[in-house]
Design a protein around this ligand. Sequence first.
Ligand code: ADP
Ligand code: MG
Length: 729
Amino acid sequence: MAFHRFKALETVLSRVPVNVTLPSTKVSEFFGENVFGIDAMREYLSDEAFKSVMAAMEHGTQIERKMADQVAAAMKAWANAKGATHYTHWFQPLTGTTAEKHDAFFEPTEGGRAIERFGGGQLVQQEPDASSFPNGGIRNTFEARGYTAWDPTSPAFVMGKTLCIPTIFVSYTGEALDFKTPLLKALNVLDKAAVDVCQYFDKNVTKVIATLGWEQEYFLVDEALFMARPDLAMTGRALFGHAPAKGQQLDDHYFGSIPDRATAFMRDFEIESLKLGIPIKTRHNEVAPNQFECAPVFEECNLAVDHNQLLMDVMEKVARRHNFRVLLHEKPFAGVNGSGKHNNWSMSTNTGKNLLSPGKTPKTNLQFLTFFINTVKAVHDNADLLRACIASANNDHRLGANEAPPAIMSVFLGTQLSNVLDELERKVKTGKMSPDEKTALKLGVGKIPDILLDNTDRNRTSPFAFTGNKFEFRAVGSSANCAGPMTVLNGIVAHQLIKFKREVDDLIAKNVEKDEAIFQILRKCIIDSKKIRFEGNGYGEEWVKEAEKRGLSNFKTTPEALKAFVSTNTLNIFVRNHIMNDREQHARYDIYLETYTKKIQIESRVMADLAWNHIIPTAIKYQSSLIENVKGLKEIMNAADFKKNAQIQLEMITEISEHINIIKTKVDEMTEARKKANVITDVEKQASEYCNKVKSYFDTIRYHVDKLELIVDDESWPLPKYRELLFTK
Ligand code: ADP
Ligand code: MG
């Protein structure tokens, strides 16, 4: 009986379309209404308290305790008016999701009464019982104290009936246990480093922020079908499943019209997101069937990171209202495109200038080139670290597959800017330049905006591409917290800018004229970072060979890639710039390895369970029905007819046995390999054992299960198939 699948499909077919009640007002009338943002703060805070929060947001100044009390009271009044009964410190532990522990606003008092209470103390700091969050050995369980501390740069918001206060999460000894702490530090270092470099060009620049605009890809799967797939439910991806006859080869889904049911879901989560101040703006179908993308307008990096975390949460919640499940996994379906989260990144000054956007004058263009070239240099010097910060068990399925950015880091500049860089390299003289030479150089630089306008290069195969006024880091995984890659990117660019400034100043000290000094150091950066530039097809085999020749790394698996996290180079950058100390960085390394191991372990277990409990019994039952059929034929036919008519069935019976045998043998071997890996205590060795000795069984087992899917009667196949998962609208 096609029990599970049939039942699941029935639920789909009988479903009444979801009606979404849209707010009758315009977006501008409800945008950010659930955020304790500038408007709400103005309304609820005294002038003094307002100024104190604004100063903290803009300059990172401390908020005095007295002020914190005022802010807390105002926040509570505002949240209560929105119907909130509880508050929580909202933080981003290294599990990758967000964490919250809700406390009611009241506190019991003597005589069985209660008073409403939420003061500065509760706002500024909390001590969640955090012993079971990953900490990489930083916090022993007996010393379970971890603190969350208010991050005033990201506004509080109301979600459901809870006031959520964005916070950092640190150990008792002050070490970072979360994603946000190092990000804030990296952003701070970048601010200072970039402001210093901006002084060469514009003395009015006193603050530089990093900007981030992410694009979130995801799949939608009908909830009933999802529930009938234990692998999807437990690992987020289909461990088995034969590719459907029709996949994405017709490219008819990309930018096609969005199915009604998906549109209803999108509208609903977009409205929730907009109310939370997430400036979501774009939505479209992606390449694979049932794959979609959404993107907001870019924002300051820390806020954008919080908004992405929040959005993923909102999406999952809202999806359930529509009987959908959102798959944020990087590769839920083998053979079909995976999902990424492009991180569009730039830097912006308090004077309103995008530092990666060419300007109108040679001076602003030299500033543009300075930031542009330093970014390329930073990527060149830290390519392995960039690869490490996007590594995960999930993303391993995507990077290097032929639809995703390769695991090899490179930068795409576009023909025009490549030419500009080549020209700079040729024209800048190491010795003293004549006034004519300088003028020619500056004139050349002055032409950038014009040529960029008709720069139509849109190389989609590069993991790190310049797209006119920003870089797009495309290798980030769809389920990742952007804070990881953003800490690295901002950190390495800051580090490079500091180095650049020092080198230019050294030349200036030797009486080299400022612009000339800048040109000379830029030229050096261009020469030194040549091997990271690649304009060709990043998906091609030739690139793998070429990259190897150039000496670029190609780490295919997470355990290999993660090593760069604790390299001397990485530690040097993070420790020296106070983004992360040695212990924190090593702890993180251990946590990521452990997470990797656990993911593969779970997948392996689920795979074995499914094979044993779903696949093999189904195959045997079907095989038995074939045997019955053969027996029957034998009974009613003479030997000659029987030989002719039972041939196919007999072959199928053998084929099924062969597949079952291999599945059984490989599952047993894999289980043994797991047992061996489980007793390894060294996290590094264990992760690599799981990678090389356990995961290596996945493809073979899957191959034979998928073959059975093709042979066994459709009616009795226990798992919803790709065509159902991907084409149910
Ligand atoms: P696609 O990559 O799909 O072609 P776009 O190139 O239009 O899409 O990129 C869209 C994303 O880039 C949006 O999220 C947008 O907000 C973001 N973006 C645009 N300018 C900047 C910037 N200066 N800094 C960061 N992100 C930006
Ligand atoms: Mg993009």
